[in-house]
Design a protein around this ligand. Structure first.
Ligand SMILES: C[S@@+](CC[C@H](N)C(=O)[O-])C[C@H]1O[C@@H](n2cnc3c(N)ncnc32)[C@H](O)[C@@H]1O
Length: 440
C-alpha cells in the first residue's frame, strides 16, 4: 500500500484549484486503519474541511435504476432508441456521443462487441422476461473502464488506494465479460488491473445523487480524499454531494489539532447491530468506536425491542457489544433472551413498518406510526425512527399539501430525531442539516 506521503502527494495533484494553500487537514498513518485524514490545527464545528470533484464517475446501474439515462450528462433519454448512435450500446444522448469524453470508451466497447440485447435475457435473473433495453452489466463496469483512460497521476492515485480483495467482486467482472463477445479475458495484465480497480471502487466509491431537471439518478463516484477518511459511527465530519459532482466535507463538531477526521459509512440512526452487520458485509471490518461499545447507544436505545416475558413491560437490548449474534437482556426484569428469538421480533418490526412505508399515503403512515407501532415496537427502535424520517422526507417533497395536524406530527418527529442526534453527539451532521432544511 502507498505511504501516507505518496498518497497525500497524489491527492494534492488531484485536488488542484480546490486545494487550500494551507489546508486544515493532512493524510497520515491512522491507528484505526491504514491511512486516514487528520486535523493540522484546531477546527471549529461547521468549518469547511475540503471540497473535491470525482476522479471518475459513472452510472450505479443498480436494480431499480432508470437505465435510459445518458452515461455522460446523466439526463433522461427517450424510452426507446436511446442507445449511442455509434453502436457502443451504452445509453448516450446524441450531443454526448460525439464528445472526446465519450470517444475512447465508445471505441473500446465497440471493439469488445456487445452481445445482442435479446441474448441478455438469458443472463438476467428472470429468463422469461423481455430482453432488457440496455445491458446493466456493461453499464456497471463502465466506471471501472473509465479508470483506464485517466492521466498517469490519476491512475497512480487509484493504484495507491485501498482495494479490499473480496471474491464477490469478481462477479461484476464475470457478468461484464459475458456481455461482450470479445472481452479481453485472456489478457492477464488487463484482467488483474481491472480486478484491482473494481476492488478500489467497491472499497471507496460513493453513491452520489445527481439531479438534471426533474430526473434524479445515483452516480458511482470515486472521491479519493473523501474516501480516505476512516469510519466512525458518530463521526466528527459530515459530507454531502452537490449534484453528484462535488463532495463537500465539513466539521460536524470541533476537531482538535492532530485528531483523526472521520466520516460514517452507515446511516447514523441505525442501531449498533444493524451498523455492525452492514460494515461487516460491505466493508469487511468490525467497528471499535465508543458508540459500538455502549449497549444503550448513548441512551438512545435504538436497538430496543419489547420484553416478551409475561407481565413485563420493559425493553430488551443486546448484552454483548460488537458481536453479530448477541444475547438480549430486559432492562426491567433482566430476563435474557437468545439472539435468534429477538432477531425474529426485529425482522417482524422491520418488515411490517417497511411494508407500510412502501404502500401507505403519508396520512396513513402517520396513523400507523402513532396508533399501531406502539403495540409491537418501542418508540426508540431505529426502524420506527426511520419511518418518522420517511414522513419528514415525503412531506418536504410535497410542501403545502398537508393538514395542520399532519404538520404538527412531522414537527414532533423532527424534534424527537434531533434529540436522538443530540444524545449521540452527532453535531452539525448532514442529516441534521437536511431535516432542519439547511440543505435544500
Ligand atoms: C475507504 S477505505 C478508508 C481508507 C483506508 N484506511 C486507506 O488506508 O486507504 C475503507 C476501508 O478502511 C478500513 N476502515 C475504515 N474505517 C475503519 C474502522 N473504523 N475500523 C476498521 N477498519 C476501518 C476498512 O478496511 C475499510 O474497508
Amino acid at each position: 500500500m502507498a505511504t501516507p506521503d505518496e498518497l497525500a502527494r497524489l491527492v494534492a495533484i488531484h485536488l488542484r484549484d480546490l486545494q487550500d494553500s494551507e489546508p486544515n487537514w493532512t493524510v497520515a498513518h491512522s491507528d484505526v486503519a491504514g491511512r486516514g485524514v487528520f486535523a493540522t490545527r484546531d477546527i471549529a464545528a461547521g468549518e469547511l474541511l475540503f471540497r473535491e470533484c470525482p476522479l471518475v464517475v459513472g452510472p450505479t446501474a443498480r436494480k431499480g435504476s432508470i437505465l435510459n439515462t445518458c452515461v455522460c450528462c446523466h439526463k433522461l433519454l427517450a424510452v426507446k432508441d436511446f442507445l449511442c448512435k455509434h453502436n457502443c450500446m451504452l445509453p448516450v444522448c446524441d450531443a454526448c456521443a460525439d464528445t472526446v469524453e465519450h470517444r475512447e470508451e465508445c471505441e473500446l466497447f465497440q471493439r469488445w462487441q456487445p452481445v445482442e440485447l435479446s441474448q441478455l435475457a438469458q443472463m438476467c435473473a428472470d429468463k422469461n422476461s423481455d430482453p432488457p433495453l440496455v445491458n446493466p452489466y456493461s453499464l456497471r463496469i463502465l466506471t471501472a473502464v473509465r479508470v483506464f483512460f485517466l492521466k498517469p497521476d490519476q491512475r497512480a492515485l487509484v493504484n495507491a488506494m485501498q482495494a479490499n480483495a473480496e471474491r464477490g467482486y469478481r462477479q461484476e467482472i464475470i457478468k461484464a465479460a459475458q456481455s461482450f463477445r470479445k472481452f479481453p479475458t485472456t489478457d492477464k495484465s488487463f484482467m488483474d488491473n481491472l480486478f484491482r480497480i473494481v476492488g478500489v471502487l467497491n472499497t471507496n466509491a460513493f453513491e452520489a445523487p445527481c439531479r438534471i431537471g426533474e430526473h434524479e439518478t445515483l452516480l458511482r463516484g470515486l472521491f479519493p480524499l473523501t474516501a480516505i477518511m476512516n469510519h466512525e459511527c458518530t463521526p466528527n465530519a459530515s459530507h454531502y454531494f452537490d449534484n453528484g459532482h462535488l463532495a463537500v466535507v465539513r466539521a460536524a463538531r470541533p476537531i482538535p489539532k492532530g485528531a483523526e477526521i472521520t466520516t460514517t459509512y452507515t446511516k447514523i440512526l441505525w442501531s449498533n447491530l444493524t451498523r455492525g452487520i452492514f460494515l461487516k458485509m460491505t466493508k469487511h471490518f468490525i467497528c471499535e468506536c465508543a458508540r459500538c461499545n455502549d449497549n444503550t447507544e448513548n441512551g438512545t436505545y435504538l436497538s430496543a425491542l419489547f420484553c416478551r416475558e409475561q407481565g413485563c413491560k420493559g425493553i430488551v437490548i443486546p448484552v454483548q457489544s460488537k458481536i453479530l449474534q448477541p444475547d438480549w437482556r430486559c432492562t426491567s426484569c433482566e430476563t435474557v433472551a437468545p439472539h435468534a428469538k429477538m432477531a425474529r421480533y426485529q425482522d417482524f418490526a422491520l418488515n411490517t413498518i417497511n411494508n407500510r412505508i412502501n404502500t401507505s399515503t403519508v396520512h396513513e403512515l402517520i396513523t400507523f406510526i402513532n396508533e399501531m407501532c406502539p403495540r409491537f415496537c418501542p418508540p426508540s427502535n431505529y426502524v420506527l425512527v426511520e419511518a418518522k424520517l420517511n414522513v419528514i422526507w415525503r412531506m418536504s417533497r410535497f410542501k403545502g399539501e398537508f393538514s395542520e395536524e399532519e404538520m404538527q406530527h412531522r414537527d414532533r418527529y423532527r424534534d424527537e430525531i434531533l434529540e436522538i442526534m443530540e444524545k449521540l453527539g452527532a453535531g452539525d451532521c448532514t442529516l441534521k442539516k437536511l431535516i432542519t432544511n439547511e440543505i435544500p
